[in-house]
Ligand binder design. Sequence first.
Ligand code: EPU
Length: 452
Amino acid sequence: MSVLGADAPELDLEGHSFVVRGPSALRGTVGVSGAKNSVLKLMAATLLAEGRFRISNVPRITDVGLMAELLRAVGCEVAVNSPGAAGAADGFSSSATDTGGSLVIDVPAQIEPVAPRNIVDRFRASIVVLGPMLTRCGEAVVALPGGDDFGPRPIDMHLQGLARLGVESETVDGYVHARAQELRGATVRLDFPSVGATENLLMAAVRAAGTTVIDNAAREPEVVDLCEFLVKMGARIVGAGSSTLTIEGVEDIGRFGSADHCVVGDRIVAATYLTAVGIASGEITVSGVNPDHLAVFRGKLADMGMEITVDDRSISAAVSSRLRSAKFSTLPYPGVATDLKPLLVALLATADGVGSVTENLFAERFRYVDDLRAMGADIRIDSHHVVIEGSERLSAAEVKAHDIRAGAALVIAGLGAQGRTVVSNAHHVARGYDDLAAKLRSLGADVSLSRS
Ligand code: EPU
């Protein structure tokens, strides 16, 4: 096992493990960059029109590289730049408090509306190229998405909603073949406020004939960010952040084009650092996030005994003694995000008393439980409820990341465990966290990366 140096880049972590030596309290300030679940959709949205697009506050994560690969495969040029290094062809900043890199995307007059399996298979967000490709070309061939290891990720709501706008589709050999003679505005009521379905419908509606209403739309800050980007491109959208989105189609392509945008801060990454201090204790400030985006979550942490103060762009948290346990339920925004579930289970595993997390979105999001049990956590699963009896101290173990958030949860659980915790499959974490080990080190934790 060779240990990487403190300054080693963390982007490609295939074959690597996190090594955490706990316990250690956290102190200092950590910056979060733009949200994975926004930037990937903004990149897809550029396919809607020819032109040059600049996106800043871009996180240094592998999923951005995969979306760049997908855009290049359909004909775009994508340059990834470090902050303060305009013109650099690739690489992002790796400082502990940076606010992300930037992308320049040149979209040509013609694109090839095919998203090949070898790229799409590797990340779920790829399905959002379907809407923009249909708008731009009237047809799209998109491989069914791969992604996380927590159960089925159907796209029936995407396809039913698109059908209301005039799209015919069939799935053959793992590819969705979709076509529309003409996209027509319509009213679409989603059975559930699906983030991805809302985004695909938005991007199919922005240039459709007439008005589209998406009822029971997702309200996540990342959907609002996409709406803002689309409006900069020329779209007419009313209701961003509410359950009803009204899109007036802009049929004249001449009124649709280039945009510059700064990605909204990643509330899930920010919440990860807050959970980390809840487990490790100490005093930290997380900057680069809108505190309103974590209002419900912050309230719950305060109920558990965390001292929290906020300003416009940061959240400060202090933990001087063991937190009290609590009951959480995952819900669409503004509820506590499903992505936080493994982190909450890790947090409750060290809190005082019996707590629970009820999962309402992804029924099979449980793969990390056995790993936390290996670290001494007392966890019982009862249908979609996880019941956790907190212990004063977890113990170190060799565990495995199964998806982005589960991996992050095991790393931060290691901060509260006695001894050396090794979390293998670090590449899953690198899909959604930029420089997690370096950023935790900047807060005083003993976290490194090693080649397995
Ligand atoms: N669903 C359907 N049919 C559909 C679409 C969704 O049944 O056509 C169900 C899903 O199975 C799930 C629920 O609806 O039970 C919510 O899914 P949603 O469509 O909202 O999720 P998503 O767009 O696939 C995004 C994020 C996820 C995050 C969810 C929920 C991206 C790339 N992914 O997924 O993030 O958990 O919204 O907020 O934006 C992550 O970042 O680690 C991650 C998994």
